[in-house]
Structures are given as C-alpha cells and as structure tokens.
Design a protein around this ligand. Structure first.
Ligand SMILES: [Mn+2]
Length: 307
C-alpha cells in the first residue's frame, strides 16, 4: 500500500531500533543513559539522549549501507557497518547506586551482544558505572573535558560528575588516564595535584588552540585498549552552549575532531561515551548537532568500512 505517511521515531542516525532484546546483534550499538542526578550545577543532561537522537536524524543513513562521505577528508566512512539503537537505561530516580548498577548491567548486556558500544549521556558521573563494565580489560581512559572531574570527596559526595574520573582511576583495570582540554580557574588544587601525582597526562585547551591538535598531542600515547569519554563542555561554549557547566575558552569542532582521530589512530578504542549535552541550554540544537557529528566522526575513525 502506498500512503505518504512516514512511520517510526528518531533513533541514533536512523539506526534500526532494538525491538526484541533477544535479537540484539550489530557492529555498533547505541545506548542512551538519561541520568543527571549527579550534576552539581544545571540539570537537564537526562534529555541528552533524546536530543542526540533527534539531531542525528539529520545525518540518518539512507539505509543502503553506503555510510557517509566525509566531504572534507574525501573519505567514505562506515560503509557496510550495521547499527542498532538499543534504547535507554531504565534509571531509578533518587537511588544513585541502584541507577549506577543498572547502567553497568545494561552496558554489559550491550557489550556482550555488539561489537562496538556507544553510550550517550547523561551527566558525566555515568562514566564510572560505564567503565567498570570493562574490568576484564587493561584500559587506558582518554577524557576530553574542560574540567578534571578528579575530586576525591566534597561534602561527603564521591560519585558526582566532579568525582567520576577519580573513581575511574581507582579501578584496577585502569592503567592510564589522559585528560585533554582542561582549563579554568580552580577553586581547589587537590584534584590537580592528585592527578599529577597519579601520573595522569594532561593537555590543556590552550595548548591545542595555540599549537594545534597534532603538536599538542604529540606525546599522548595511549596503550592497550582505550575507552574514550567526551564531555561536550570541552568545546568552546561560544561553539556549543548546550551544556550544564560552560567554561570560558575551549576548542572548536575541527580541533576536537582532529584530536579524536589522532587518538583513534594511535590506539584500539573499545567503546566511547559522550556526556553533558544539555538541550535545556542549547540554541537551535546546535550543540546536539555538533555532538552527533562528532559521534559519527569518531565511529568512522574506529570502525573500518567494509568494501
Ligand atoms: Mn566532565
């Protein structure tokens, strides 16, 4: 029957939705994590997965398996790569540790069924329950972020979106942490000093802006399997205002893309998350669109096209 009615709802890049969890198999699987109960500042990142789905529909594949042409690089990416939208983690409001357990359980399920998982937050606290899904690996964690998120404890709080990199660094499976894009005037220096003491590699935003990504990241050598976490606030808020904690300065789209591609080239990325996209503060869905495009760029650098 031919009726001009388009059916279906936004999914990541128009990927097939996982209607039946028994039947989950794909090269790339997207899992939304609509969680923002650990934010210290402006909430709303729980709406990130929905905003990213909508924004990514602008980039939906025609479904012919041809992938996308990166016009500026003259490369076709993700040709013949199957994608699936798994849905969102069922979060338990208020119950922080139970929500974390659910995030870990859902991520482990996705990991067991699909070659490459992509997690879309959510505030940045989710990176801890996500990374602990990979405890059977020896991991480097590369964090793109304006902020260090390396506070040990404040007001008795140890699992907020300002603590998760410290918790991640304590996991026995995590051998190396690299922080890219840091900046800002710090009120407390303990996290900075602790990260230095722990051997965390740090590349500031200003270095990338002044030297370019290639030179600034020349010494960044992730080893082993690598988990990448992208806090969208690493971007200049003049470029991407849709985030809970905008920080003056920062890098642009091309600089972040180039840095992501350099990391992908140097190591084996086994999963990534993108966090802190907050549509409440986004104008014209610009931040959501940039974030969606970066997801595609990074995936294209990680998963080779099938000829
Ligand atoms: Mn962060």
């Amino acid at each position: 029957m031919s009726v001009p009615i388009r059916r279906g709802w936004p999914t990541f890049f128009g990927a097939r939705p996982a209607d039946d969890l028994e039947d989950v198999r794909a090269d790339v699987a997207f899992l939304g994590v609509p969680f923002d109960q650990a934010t210290n500042d402006r909430p709303g990142a729980r709406f990130g997965p929905l905003a990213l789905r909508e924004a990514s529909m602008r980039l939906r594949s025609a479904g012919d398996g041809e992938g996308w042409l990166d016009a500026e690089r003259g490369e076709r990416i993700l040709r013949g790569v199957s994608m699936l939208d798994i849905g969102d983690v069922d979060i338990r409001t208020v119950e922080l540790q139970e929500s974390f357990d659910r995030i870990t359980e859902a991520a482990a399920f996705v990991r067991s069924r699909c070659r490459f998982p992509v997690f879309a937050g959510g505030d940045h606290a989710i990176t801890f329950p996500l990374v602990r899904t990979f405890q059977d690996r020896s991991l480097t964690v590369v964090q793109f972020d304006a902020h260090q998120d390396y506070t040990d404890e404040r007001f008795g709080q140890r699992f907020s979106h300002d603590n998760q990199m410290r918790r991640v660094s304590e996991l026995p499976c995590v051998k190396q942490v690299i922080q890219i894009g840091l900046r800002g005037a710090l009120e407390h220096t303990e996290p900075w000093e602790a990260a230095r003491r722990d051997g965390v590699d740090i590349v500031t935003s200003e270095r990338i802006v002044s030297e370019g990504a290639e030179r600034a990241l020349a010494d960044v050598r992730p080893s082993g399997d690598t988990y990448v976490t992208i806090d969208i606030d690493v971007l200049d808020p003049a470029v991407a205002a849709g985030t809970g904690f905008p920080e003056p300065g920062g890098i642009g789209y091309y600089q972040l893309k180039q840095a992501l591609l350099l990391v992908a080239e140097r190591t084996s990325i086994i999963a990534f998350d993108i966090c802190e996209m907050n549509p409440t503060y986004d104008s014209g869905a610009v931040t959501a669109r940039i974030a969606a495009r970066l997801m595609l760029d990074l995936l294209g650098a990680i998963i080779p096209s099938r000829e």
